[in-house]
Each structure stands twice: as C-alpha cells, then as structure tokens.
Design a binder for this molecule. Structure first.
Ligand SMILES: [Zn+2]
Length: 250
C-alpha cells in the first residue's frame, strides 16, 4: 500500500514545526515485533478466555492465572523493538517528540531508547505484591508454577499489568491527560481508538487545538476527526516520517 508523499510531507511539516508532539501507541506498533494484537483477528482473546484476566478471577484463582500468564506472556519477554519504536526514539532525541503514551505492556519503546514513556496498562517489567505493594522484577518470579509469593510478607504477587476490571495506574492516566492537553500535534499510532482511555486522549488534544494525526493500518473510530489519516503499518510509516522530520531540521 503506497502512502502519498504529500500526506507524509504534510505530517512531517506539522511535527517539525511543533512545540510538543505526543504519540499514543497501541498494539499495532508492536505486531512487527511478533507481539499479537490482543483484539485483532489473530488476537490472543480469540483463543484465550479474557475473563481469566479479570481481576476478580485472579483473586479467586491466582495459581491458574499465573500459569496461563506464563504460557502467554513469557514469549513476549524475548521480543525486540522494530523500526517504528526506533523512529519515535529518534524523534524524541531530536527534540521533536515530548513523550510516548502507550497502551502496550511490552517495554519496547524503552528498549528502543525512548525516555519519556507513559504506560497506561502497566508493564511486563515487574510483579507487585497484592498485600504490601512490594515490587520485584517479573523475570525473577516468572519461573516455576502457580502464583509466586512476596519474599517480604508472603502475599500473592501479581504481574504489574492492568487486568480487566482494574483501574488504570492513576499517575499514568493523569500524566497522559496532561500531555494530551499540552500537545500541539497528537499522533495516534497502531491503535483502533476504541478502548478507554486511549480514545479520549486524541479528543482532549483536539479540543485544546492540537492537530490530530492517525497512523493505522485499519480504519479507526476517530478518523473523521483527524487532520491527517495515514493508512499504513507503523513500522513502514514512522521511519519515513522520522526521516522527513529529521531532514527538515538539518
Ligand atoms: Zn508483600
């Protein structure tokens, strides 16, 4: 699928001239790293009962959920960033991206070199104690069977990702809303914009006068509000965009 040059040039021009561009990223930015889009046609929730990742279910059956979690998520720990993640890191380094707000838990933005990353749904980096709040590297507790226990208090540990029915980390949500409101260019990348609060962030940005750019392989719920819609895969579009932006700066 070819992306018209004038569209890429237009978006690059916006980003190059922006005071604060913020990128919101979803599953579509990580599929090229081999991470399945949970809700997509090949998504995890087509084969696995998502109710098992409801927080109430976890509280009742932590051993079962941990075993399932290991099976599904351990392979993701080996994933590496793709050109889309690197493109955003380059833009930040060049002073043309304020922050990445992500719905992903894979940590690939940080591994690509992005510094300011707001994780709306937690991350696969840590496990937290459901009793005392202690935090441990997930890699240290992911082996074995059943629910691992807190070395400090014996409480059940939980992967530090947001389960269904759980509130989002409040600090992250507040930071994301603030970023959306201060941005003057808002890029929504690889997200269908159907899930709260991802779908409210572009609206907030737009209401404060930001330009909205949607980069996604499929249609999204907010295409009609966008100043630019780039219909393409993140790992194809973002490197082209970053190159154009960096060229205008040099
Ligand atoms: Zn504890």
């Amino acid at each position: 699928m070819d992306i018209p040059d004038e569209v890429l040039d237009g978006v690059a021009d916006l980003v190059a001239r922006s005071r604060c561009t913020v990128a919101l990223t979803g599953a579509g930015i990580s599929t090229a790293s081999g991470i399945p889009d949970f809700r997509g046609p090949q998504g995890l929730w087509r084969t696995v009962d998502s109710d098992k990742f409801d927080i109430a279910y976890f509280r009742r059956s932590p051993d079962e959920v941990w075993d399932l979690f290991r099976l599904l998520f351990t392979p993701l720990l080996a994933a590496v960033p793709n050109p889309a993640h690197y493109a955003l890191a380059r833009l930040e380094e060049a002073g043309k991206l304020c922050a990445v707000v992500t719905q992903n838990v894979d940590g690939l933005h940080q591994r690509a070199g992005s510094r300011r990353v707001v994780e709306l749904h937690g991350s696969l980096k840590d496990a937290v104690c459901t009793k005392c709040g202690a935090r441990l590297p997930l890699a240290d507790v992911v082996k074995g069977r059943g629910a691992p226990r807190c070395p400090l208090c014996g409480g059940v540990l939980k992967p530090d990702v947001v389960f269904f029915g759980e509130p989002l980390p409040r600090g992250a949500l507040e930071e994301a809303l603030e970023l959306a409101e201060t941005s003057d260019v808002f890029l929504a990348v690889g997200t269908s914009l159907t899930v709260y609060p991802a779908n409210t962030l572009p609206l907030r940005a737009k209401r404060q006068g930001a330009k909205l750019v949607i980069i996604n392989a499929e249609e999204t719920a907010l295409d009609h509000l966008a100043d630019y819609v780039v219909r393409g895969r993140a790992e194809v579009v973002l490197p082209k965009l970053a190159e154009r932006v960096l060229n205008t700066l040099s």
